[in-house]
Design a protein around this ligand. Structure first.
Ligand code: KDG
Ligand code: MG
Length: 402
């Protein structure tokens, strides 16, 4: 079998997605997600100009060799653009391998390790009273784990709080919108929110919170300590993670579990975090961390060090990525949680998929391959729209982490 074509499809059914579709001479096709929020066209160009010409004529069965060829062959290693492009190829080749074998990809990865993939949803609202209502909505839908974000009194806009509650979309304008940030106001407010949430929902519900890289290690230590009585499942991205050794300081001050990794691209971004046991959950996922092959490598390393998976699953990761993530989630021994922000009906229509949600669990289904496709004709009706992620400044105007 040979690859005869590879198409890069950019579409915007409510938000932008980049998808690679690989076509073989026997008519079998595979899809891979290549979406990099706010930088979509960079990955589309990388694929179109530099990767697709190398794929035509190759044997689609040689997944690892193709990964190594694209990674080592570029000379310029790592980085979100390169790794998202490699991820798309890798994912599409696993899809083809599954279809050729007549098996869902999770069977090729070793089969089921659990009955379903436990997911967490996003409850968000301006006020604590409103967020209690939102959490109850997820509990009614059967969710066992909920991420909780609220507005911060005195700040006009806060990360993770959306007008449209189920479909949070931060990339809202061509030129980045600007928000103001105060660490002091935030640190005073958040423990009060979780005190009320825990009192209302009791000990059974898994609670999570995303700090979105905004604190220093010692500030994060203070927050983690203040949240200990409310037994969070994790505190996410407490600090910007370029400085892996910075987590040592935070770790000395709190037993609140730490999750990190949605912006990581390779195992090298989290090697120290994992091997020094500085984190509890690694949140890399298929599209931004080099595809199914490389993600498995990260999760295997993590398994040795008691670190569990917590794959990123925001709406800017397409249903193709979600499907691929579920096959990995189902088949690894050290699965923790899977983020599940629902896609809009328009997105779901462009990407017909076999995965289903039932009482807090997702299941990839048993269709051969990944069980997801792109309706190219429908995708063509939604042209690309420039959209950037926002930026964040301190109240005096200093640029801060978003
Ligand atoms: O594109 C950026 C989003 O994916 C990110 O802000 C979402 O932090 C996020 C999360 O945990 O889902
Ligand atoms: Mg996050």
């Amino acid at each position: 079998m040979r690859i005869v074509d590879a198409r890069v499809i950019v579409t915007c059914p409510g938000r932008n997605f980049v998808t690679l579709k690989i076509v073989t001479d026997e008519g079998v096709t595979g899809v891979g997600d290549a979406t990099l929020n706010g930088r979509e066209l960079a990955v589309a160009a990388y694929l179109t100009e530099h990767v697709v010409p190398l794929l035509v004529g190759r044997d689609p069965a040689r997944i690892e060799d193709t990964w190594q060829y694209l990674y080592k062959g570029a000379y310029w290693r790592r980085g979100p653009v390169t790794m998202s492009a490699i991820a798309a190829v890798d994912t599409a080749l696993w899809d083809i391998k599954g279809k050729v074998a007549g098996l869902p990809v999770y069977q090729l990865l070793g089969g089921r390790c659990r009955e379903g993939v436990t997911v967490y949803g996003h409850a968000n609202a301006e006020t604590t009273d409103e967020v209690l209502v939102e959490i109850a909505r997820y509990v009614d839908l059967g969710y066992r784990a909920v991420r909780v974000q609220t507005g911060v009194p005195g700040l006009a806009k806060t990360y993770g709080v959306s007008g449209d509650r189920m479909f949070y979309e931060p990339a809202d304008a061509a030129i980045p919108t600007e928000a103001a940030w105060s660490t002091e106001k935030y640190l005073t407010h958040v423990p009060n929110v979780f005190a009320k949430v825990r009192a209302e929902f009791g000990p059974g519900l898994k609670l999570l919170h995303d700090v979105h890289h905004r604190l220093t290690p010692i500030e994060a230590g203070r927050l983690g300590k203040a949240l200990e009585p409310f037994a969070l499942t994790w505190m996410e991205d407490p600090v910007p993670a370029e400085l892996q050794e910075g987590f040592r300081l935070l770790r000395q001050h709190t037993t609140t579990p730490i999750a990190v990794g949605e912006v990581f691209n390779t195992i090298w971004d989290c090697q120290q975090l994992i091997t020094e046991q500085l984190i509890d959950y690694i949140r890399t996922t298929v599209v931004h961390a080099g595809g199914i092959s490389h993600l498995r490598r990260i999760y295997d390393l993590a398994a040795l060090y008691h670190v569990r998976s917590g794959s990123h699953g925001a709406t800017d990761l397409s249903p193709v990525c979600m499907a691929a993530a579920l096959h990995v989630d189902l088949s690894i021994p050290n699965f923790g949680l899977q983020e599940y922000m629902r896609h809009t009906p328009e997105t779901d229509e462009v990407f017909p998929h076999a995965y289903t949600f039932d009482r807090g669990y997702l299941d990839p289904g048993d269709a051969p391959g990944l069980g997801v496709d792109i309706d190219e004709e429908l995708a063509g009706q939604y042209p690309y729209r420039p959209a950037s992620l926002p930026v964040n400044r301190l109240e005096d105007g200093t640029m801060h982490s978003w």
